[in-house]
Design a protein around this ligand. Structure first.
Ligand code: SF4
Length: 446
């Protein structure tokens, strides 16, 4: 069982030296208990304590990375069953399966589609996070060719074959990209373990049910492989869902280390709409990686949107960067509107400014992701803060006039803002829908 803060505290040096960045050893113990820091941040912990704490401080579900660099996919390290208990941290990734039976033209067309498969939603770019090359031909050459072609996508790869020799041949060229090797089964465990050890790659382990999965994972762990992904796919969606749920519960509630790894589920419904529904189900509970043959934009958009929503921490609204943004071909005489860094507020305002076709600056203030009224009510959007922004070098270097437009909801602030900033304050509309008319009439005559 995981240790509590006081148990951890007893094992720390108790010198309050602050080298870990915490003011006291107790504060560090509390952070460690909440898995918000790692033991290696304390350089003075004794070896005996280290040994005792290492196991207890390890996450109940290991964080496994697939791929390298900024686009790498990190899955696992989740600590709760339900998002409202805390948060989900590592969004489920989608791996689009591409068969090596596609001819060269069809393969290139599929990869080109994947390359273009991107959506921007509330300021975040959404896309498939991995490509899975399936050795459906059962032969080495087409598999190697498909893997070679897929490497150009620069996405994390999942290499799917039942033949360790075929995998070994392609890994010789791409092991440094850390692809996920899929998958060791009861029949192939020894060869796949040897492969994963030789190539230092993460290894998927697949079994038809948990009774068979547990001893198989134990064998892989005993061989020294730590980066494991559990493939719990069964013949039907409901069986897979049950397995995903059981693994998460056993890992978190029973601290069953042998199942403390992220899971993957493969969706092979023939009907694309049914596949969208099934994939969404796996994202909700509790796949870290979903492999699907879906690749059309209209199929991927709902999946990526569901994932983004589920993995957005409700306590931390999605925010945009607090800075001066230019919409359209602005000049130093363009109007300057003020808003908050709550992304929905910002994008609503930006959309209306864009639609007005009046080039304008939008000054985004950091209000910790709250909307205008909430920020104002909680003193996160004050006249002093706006005044400091207006008189900053960032604004002075781009805006020649001294007239600012504030949201109508904070009209009451106009007097104090004028006093604090020395700027002329124009009270804009309450709703963003009034921005276009305001810019074309009130601003034009100001
Ligand atoms: Fe305590 Fe270690 Fe942090 Fe120093 S570095 S305050 S000894 S936990």
């Amino acid at each position: 069982m995981a240790l509590k803060a006081l148990d951890i505290f007893k094992l720390l040096p108790k010198t309050n030296c602050k080298k870990c960045g915490c003011p006291t050893c107790l504060a560090f113990a509390m952070k460690l208990a909440q898995k918000q820091t790692s033991l290696d941040q304390c350089p003075d912990v004794s070896e005996a304590s280290q040994a005792e704490l290492a196991g207890a401080s390890a996450p109940p579900i290991r964080l496994v990375t697939i791929g390298v660099g900024p686009g790498q996919l990190a899955i696992g390290n989740e600590t709760v069953l339900f998002r409202h208990e805390e948060s989900f941290y590592h969004p489920a990734g989608f791996g689009v399966m591409v068969s090596d039976t596609l001819d060269a033209a069809a393969l290139q067309a599929r990869l080109a589609l994947l390359r273009k498969l991107k959506f921007v939603r509330v300021g975040m770019e959404l896309h498939a996070q991995a490509v899975a090359i399936v050795n459906a031909s059962g032969q080495a050459a087409p598999f190697a060719q498909a893997v070679q072609a897929a490497r150009a996508l620069e996405l994390p790869m999942i290499l799917m074959s039942s033949q360790a020799a075929h995998l070994d041949a392609v890994l010789a060229a791409c092991a440094d990209q850390r692809p996920l090797i899929h998958a060791a089964t009861d029949a192939t465990a020894d060869a796949f373990i040897a492969l994963a050890k030789a190539r230092h790659g993460p290894l998927a382990v697949a079994a038809p049910d948990l009774d068979k999965l547990v001893p198989l994972v134990a064998k892989v762990r005993a061989a020294g492989i730590q980066d494991i992904v559990l493939d719990v796919t069964t013949a039907g969606g409901s069986g897979t869902l049950q397995a995903l749920t059981a693994v998460r519960r056993l890992a978190l509630k029973k601290n069953l280390r042998v199942l403390g790894y992220p899971c993957l589920a493969i969706c092979r419904q023939a009907d694309p709409l049914a596949q969208v529904a099934e994939c969404s189900m796996y994202v909700a509970k509790y796949a870290g990686l979903v492999l699907t043959e879906l690749h059309q934009p209209e199929q991927m958009l709902p999946l990526l949107t569901v994932t983004q929503n589920l993995y957005t921490d409700p306590r931390k609204p999605i925010q945009v960067e607090a800075k001066l943004n230019a919409i359209g071909a602005v000049t130093p005489d363009s109007p300057l509107l003020i808003t908050t860094n709550f992304s929905l507020t910002y994008y609503t305002v930006a959309g209306e400014v864009e639609a007005s076709r009046v080039p304008a600056y939008i000054g985004v203030l950091d209000t910790e992701g709250t909307s205008v009224l909430t920020a104002f009510a909680s003193d996160k959007l004050t006249s002093e803060k706006i005044a400091a922004f207006l008189n900053s070098d960032e604004v002075k270097s781009k805006v020649a006039h001294r007239k600012v437009i504030i949201p109508g909801y904070i009209a009451v602030m106009s007097g104090s803002l004028k006093e604090d900033s020395g700027w002329t304050v124009l009270v804009g509309p309450r709703e963003a829908s009034g921005i276009s008319k305001f810019l074309k009439t009130t601003w034009a005559n100001a």
